[in-house]
Design a protein around this ligand. Structure first.
Ligand SMILES: Nc1ncnc2c1ncn2[C@@H]1O[C@H](COP(=O)(O)OP(=O)(O)O)[C@@H](O)[C@H]1O
Ligand SMILES: [Mg+2]
Length: 345
């Protein structure tokens, strides 16, 4: 479909219709003027009153003016044609831009999907491969520990191996949690967020964290749930890294007044040192957030100023039409391991 055929009743099309009203006005004014001129014999009057200047050829003025009028009409016609051509070209450019924007959103969404399914596969590999081997090593070390005498070097070495295994298991578990939100597939967004936010509260007791989760959050589109989770994750990571804030509030509110306005509003607001909003130093985190949100047809706004905290405000349609999040493997596969990831590692 050509770009122009998108438009059903564009200004160019409207202006290409014959302007009947204007034409009728011109005809009416001409007839009226003709009637007045006939009534008062205008040309004769002018001719009589300009007879004294006949040596200046004033009598040729009407014909000259007629040529001027014809010239002006031609001039207007040419400008009209130019303007129309420009308008059509502009509309074509706008339609092309809109289509490129749509393609960009689709590609971003595909990229995000790919990234998420890669992360999911990595989390599974870490759990299934590394997790099993770590368990096996730990089991053997515990067996050695039991058999060796308490002060024997073998006992000490085995104890060290058990401690190392515990440490690696903890690290891998945290890594899996970052790769794939724990519980999101099985328990839904609300529980996954509550779990994550409880963890944040536990690890950063120096900062107060207030949370507001409102509305039905568990039947959201997969891509929307994941985007909300990632947005909050990145927002809170930034608070830890850059804000030096004393308090931060997170809110996820789904408002569904009408089916057509089924939206989720997300915000992460801190009272930290803020940043210069005009600085061109925004990294990949904020950029990634914006791309994810816009790919789903949402909007993201950053409000900040030096010393005035940092606010991330986003709004997403709960069920975007272009929702394309489809992990390459069935959801229940990781879902079934998600709990065990936490338990075994
Ligand atoms: N909560 C915050 N408080 C103060 N500054 C922030 C906050 N979040 C982000 N910023 C600023 O925005 C920049 C870009 O953030 P981001 O895109 O996440 O990249 P990164 O975290 O990798 O630096 C940060 O370097 C920081 O200067
Ligand atoms: Mg960041």
């Amino acid at each position: 479909m050509s770009a122009l055929t998108h438009c059903t009743d564009t200004p160019a099309r409207r202006s290409s219709r014959f302007p009947w009203v204007d034409a009728a006005l011109v005809c009416g004014a001409t007839l009226l003027a003709a009637a007045v001129f006939v009534r008062f014999e205008l040309m004769e009057t002018i001719f009589d009153s300009t007879r004294a200047w006949e040596h200046l050829q004033v009598g040729e003025l009407p014909a000259t003016l007629l040529v001027l009028v014809a010239g002006l009409a031609w001039f207007s016609w040419r400008r009209y044609r130019e303007t129309r051509r420009e308008l059509i070209a502009r509309e074509a450019a706008e339609a092309r831009l809109a289509s490129l924007l749509k393609d960009h959103r689709r590609l971003t969404q595909q990229y995000v999907d790919l990234q998420e399914s890669e992360r999911k596969a990595l989390a599974r590999e870490l759990h299934d491969e590394l997790g099993q081997y770590l368990n096996a090593i730990k089991t053997d070390a515990v067996a050695i520990q039991r058999r060796a005498a308490r002060d024997a070097p073998a006992h000490r070495a085995a104890s060290a191996i058990v401690a190392h295994c515990d440490h690696v298991q903890e690290t891998v578990r945290a890594l899996i949690g970052r790769l794939r939100p724990i519980g999101l597939d099985v328990l839904g967004l609300r529980a996954a967020l509550e779990h994550y936010l409880a963890l944040v509260r536990e690890t950063t007791p120096q900062r107060t964290l207030s949370v507001r989760l409102e509305g039905e959050l568990d039947d959201l589109d997969d891509a929307v749930s994941l985007t909300i989770y990632r947005l909050i994750q990145e927002g809170l990571t930034n608070v830890s890294r850059h804000a030096g804030a004393r308090s931060v509030s997170v809110s996820v509110v789904r408002a569904r007044e009408r089916p057509s306005s089924d939206r989720v509003a997300i915000s992460v607001v801190d009272d930290g040192r803020g940043a210069d909003p005009t600085a061109k130093t925004l990294g990949l985190g904020v950029l990634g957030m914006r791309e994810r949100v816009e790919a789903l047809g949402g909007e993201l706004e950053i409000r900040t100023a030096p010393g005035a905290g940092f606010s991330i405000l986003a709004s997403l349609p709960a069920r975007p039409q272009q929702s394309s999040y489809r992990a390459d493997e069935p959801q229940h596969e990781l879902a079934s391991t998600d709990h065990s990831l936490v338990n075994t590692l």
